[in-house]
Design a protein around this ligand. Structure first.
Ligand code: ADP
Ligand code: MG
Length: 252
């Protein structure tokens, strides 16, 4: 069995009287893509926010590579190697695409500002090259000097992905990365996520598009009303009657 990089154990989270997550357990193995699916309001984004420290669980723990994350701030969790793409892109609209990607590059673990002048210059050139490469990886190299505000919604999502990739995270969490994209852009994003997977990066992906889920996921967990109702391989999930009833039936 592969090493587990992310362990969510018995997590509960409520907002006032609303129980958004209860009894949630999740185990993400190294190098795999683990999809979380479920109807709107099931608690998927809440779970992701708990994993990156934006929300503290009322009960239970999230452990990443042996570190208990609920004791850390979101910045510390990011420094530990966890990056995320949120449901609404968080970019700097007044800056160019290249500048947007340079910000997380300089803030990341190996972007130290305390280097001596020569090595600092070399480091800066190297980081700039990496930033251009990250934009090329997501298909935005040609737009690197444009202002981010001018991008389409799909391109903003890809820019945010480049901002994550440059940090070379050990774990990448994606909240509906293809939302608002055309079929063409969705397919490009799926191809990109496959390339990232081939590099060995572990991913958790929340996704509503079943075509994307079944093209990428090694494991799928299904959330419904704040509870994990099933976890397994794509074939196991497809054949699970509880899942069909709660989610895959009807509109899907
Ligand atoms: P999903 O991502 O699966 O659509 P969410 O995790 O966004 O679901 O939401 C789960 C439930 O928690 C929903 O009923 C939502 O309205 C509620 N919720 C999410 N965030 C908050 C918040 N910050 N304050 C109050 N209620 C929230
Ligand atoms: Mg959501």
């Amino acid at each position: 069995m592969k090493n587990s990089v992310l362990h969510v154990t018995d997590v509960h989270k409520s907002f006032g009287g609303l129980q958004a997550l209860s009894d949630v357990d999740l185990n993400v193995e190294e190098g795999t893509t683990h999809a979380i699916i479920g109807p709107n309001g099931a608690g998927k984004s809440t779970l992701l926010n708990v994993c990156v420290g934006r929300l503290k669980p009322d009960h239970g723990h999230v452990v990443f590579n042996g570190e208990v994350l609920d004791e850390h701030t979101p910045d510390e969790i990011n420094q530990l190697g966890v990056s995320r793409v949120f449901q609404t892109p968080e970019i700097f609209p007044d800056l160019t695409l290249l500048e947007n990607v340079l910000i997380p590059a300089f803030a990341s673990r190996d972007g130290s500002f305390s280097l001596r002048p020569f090595s600092k210059l070399r480091k800066e050139t190297e980081i700039r090259d990496r930033a251009e490469q990250a934009l090329a990886d997501v298909g935005l190299a040609a737009l690197k000097d444009r202002e981010a505000a001018a991008l389409s919604r799909g391109d903003k999502r890809r820019l945010e992905l480049a901002m994550c990739l440059i940090q070379q995270p050990k774990l990448l969490l994606l909240d509906e990365p293809t939302a608002g994209m055309s079929r063409h852009d969705t397919n490009r994003t799926v191809d990109l996520l496959k390339t990232i997977k081939a590099r060995g990066m572990t991913k958790v992906i929340i996704e509503h598009d079943m075509h994307v889920v079944f093209s990428l996921a090694d494991k799928i967990s299904v959330l419904a009303q704040g509870k994990i109702i099933a976890s397994g391989t794509p074939d196991e999930i497809k054949g699970n009657p509880k899942v069909q009833e709660a989610y895959l039936g009807g509109a899907h």
